[in-house]
Design a protein around this ligand. Structure first.
Ligand code: SAM
Ligand code: DTB
Ligand code: SF4
Length: 335
């Protein structure tokens, strides 16, 4: 059986993936899975160009949600100090620095269950200001109504991040203050408002293989694939219920990236949180398996990330380039 599309042939974008098909791909011999993922990647993207996004926590800590992995939940004693919404001018100054260091997208995150009316003016000003710097904008503010989503769209927001985090089955083991269905509802509001969706999850939360497979099947069978799929490795945070998790076979992590790439060929797959715990070799395998984006800078929202120098050195070793602002990241012609 020839299971690979010939080099150069664009894969079909499908929304009817079954869990059996997805599991069969996940379980392929590693070399076969990697080759298939890499050929899919090459048919769609320049395999040596990586897009960088920079995060900023615009409102840190004191969150009413109880996400079992999160340093910012008020339900856990993590020692994190809560702070107020950051001033617009400071956000713009940080965004400018990120742009000058090579990031093309600025992602602003708030530790909210959902945004409040009184904060919307500042949020809109942040989106408008970051866009004026020539960067793409992304926000992650918790649950949105369709009215919130329409307002963010009017402000010019490019992406909204809202992760499903894991499978529907495992979700309630990790989060009790909201449901998987709540997450899908916000995603529908974002999609229907015409904002690009950034949605992925976390690997290493004590889930089974089929939770990782099912999470990706949920994403790949949405009415549109999320344009951006962050795959995070759990950063175990002291004081959270998941403080002793995060240990996963790196090969399983790479398989997860490869499966995301195969099922969502046109989406950006971001190698997200947890890179400080990964070897250069593991990251290299993830890039080969189809990851084409990373978070840049020394800090994610509250936790460490490899800084500029480390990433520059890694990219040099691997011969990777930064995606330049305004450049189309898809291949014009399949290669
Ligand atoms: N409050 C918003 C929400 O939950 O939608 C946005 C911020 S939240 C920190 C964004 C995402 O970061 C989470 O959905 C989760 O996937 C990821 N994340 C949070 N803490 C993490 C950790 N310790 N390790 C890995 N990923 C994490
Ligand atoms: C995503 O999937 N990962 C980012 C972003 N979306 C908002 C956040 C990672 C957070 C890691 C833990 C921290 O810095 O607190
Ligand atoms: Fe709050 Fe988001 Fe952290 Fe959950 S992941 S506790 S919603 S900041």
């Amino acid at each position: 059986m020839n299971m690979h599309a010939p080099i150069g042939q664009r894969p079909e974008i499908r929304h009817d993936w079954t869990r059996e098909e997805a599991q069969a791909l996940y379980d392929l011999p590693f070399n076969d899975l990697l080759l298939k993922a890499h050929l899919t990647h090459r048919a769609m993207f320049d395999a040596n160009t990586i897009q960088r996004s920079q995060l900023l926590s615009i409102k840190t800590g004191g969150c009413p949600e109880d996400c079992g992995y999160c340093s910012q939940s008020a339900h856990h004693k993590t020692g994190l100090k809560a702070s107020k919404l950051v001033e617009v001018e400071r956000v713009l100054a940080e965004a400018r620095k990120a742009r000058d260091a090579g990031s093309t997208r600025y992602c602003m995150g708030a530790a909210w269950r959902s945004p409040k009316e009184r904060d919307m003016e500042a949020i809109v000003a942040m989106v408008e200001g970051v866009k004026e710097l020539g960067m793409e904008t992304c926000m992650t503010l918790g649950m949105l109504t369709s009215q919130d989503a329409a307002r963010l769209k009017d402000a010019g927001l490019d992406y909204y991040n809202h992760n499903i985090d894991t499978s529907e089955r495992h979700y309630e083991n990790v989060i009790k203050t909201r449901t998987f269905a709540d997450r899908l509802e916000t995603l529908a509001h974002v999609r229907e408002a015409g904002i690009k969706v950034c949605c992925g999850g976390i690997v290493g939360m004590g889930e089974e293989k089929m939770d990782r497979v099912d999470m990706l099947v949920t994403l790949a069978t949405l009415p549109e694939h999320p344009q951006s799929v962050p795959v995070n490795l759990l950063i175990p945070v002291e004081g959270t219920p998941l403080e002793n998790e995060g240990k996963i076979d790196p090969i399983d992590f790479v398989r997860t990236i490869a499966l995301a790439r195969i099922m969502m060929p046109a989406s950006d797959v971001r190698l997200s949180a947890g890179r400080t715990a990964m070897s250069a070799e593991m990251q290299a395998l993830c890039f080969f398996a189809g990851a084409n984006s990373v978070f840049a800078g020394e800090t994610l929202l509250t936790k460490d990330n490899p800084g500029e120098d480390e990433d520059t050195a890694l990219f040099r070793r691997l011969g990777l380039k930064n995606l330049q602002p305004g450049c189309e990241r898809r291949n014009a012609e399949p290669v």
